[in-house]
Design a protein around this ligand. Structure first.
Ligand SMILES: Nc1ncnc2c1ncn2[C@@H]1O[C@H](COP(=O)(O)OP(=O)(O)OP(=O)(O)O)[C@@H](O)[C@H]1O
Ligand SMILES: [Mg+2]
Length: 197
């Protein structure tokens, strides 16, 4: 899946007070959690707050966002990813369930978040916090189906990824191969999702 625009690139370093542009028509609001949740799309903020309330937790800070949703750290030391759409939520959950079943927590030294909990109505997965090196973001990964390598533009995709990762590319190839061995085919391969440092 291609990114829908520069404003939706994952960012972790933006001050919480910075206005966030959204390509959707979601309205923005200042919610009960105050500054942290200000300028976050209303439906995302409300769902995040409902979720942490259920678990007697609080939102600590925003960790990042991308085309699939918003990610927050909680005060219980976990991360919650609040999805915009059900399709991506289901996809990411399926992958986390597979990784849980196979007990995959580290791949070639890269940490993989563990699934802690999830909520089908609020479209939230709760996962463990990770620090680089890590691999995350399985919202567009396919399960048991190599949709990428059968694509007409696979060679171009490969060239682009080689360019993005440079001398790190051989390691990325090993990581992708290890995921494939568990039936997980990563597609959204970039430096924010496969973080080296
Ligand atoms: N478990 C976690 N621990 C630490 N940081 C995290 C965690 N989950 C997400 N993040 C941070 O939030 C960012 C966005 O998360 P993620 O990549 O899952 O969102 P996305 O919307 O699917 O992004 P993309 O634009 O790549 O599709 C990550 O790049 C990372 O910096
Ligand atoms: Mg991402």
């Amino acid at each position: 899946m291609t990114k829908s625009g520069a404003t939706l690139e994952s960012r972790t370093d933006t001050p919480l007070t910075t206005s966030v542009k959204s390509t959707s028509a979601e309205k923005e609001t200042v919610s009960g959690a105050g500054l942290i949740m200000s300028l976050i799309p209303a439906t995302i903020a409300e769902r995040a707050e409902q979720y942490v309330k259920i678990h007697s937790a609080k939102i600590d800070k925003r960790l990042g966002w991308g085309q699939d949703g918003w990610v927050f750290a909680t005060d219980t030391g976990s991360a919650i990813k609040v999805f915009k759409y059900e399709k991506q939520y289901r996809q990411e959950l399926q992958v986390y369930l597979r990784l849980t079943e196979r007990e995959v927590t580290v791949v070639h030294g890269f940490q993989i978040p563990s699934l802690i909990n999830h909520h089908d109505e609020l479209l939230i997965v709760e996962i463990s916090l990770v620090a680089p090196p890590f691999v995350l973001d399985f919202a567009t990964a396919s399960l048991d189906q190599d949709t990428l390598r059968t694509r007409d533009d696979y060679e171009e995709w490969l060239e682009l990824k080689k360019e993005i990762f440079g001398t790190d590319w051989p390691v990325v190839r090993r990581v992708l191969s290890a995921f494939r061995s568990h039936g997980v085919f990563l597609v959204d391969v970039h430096r924010d999702n496969i973080r080296f440092r």
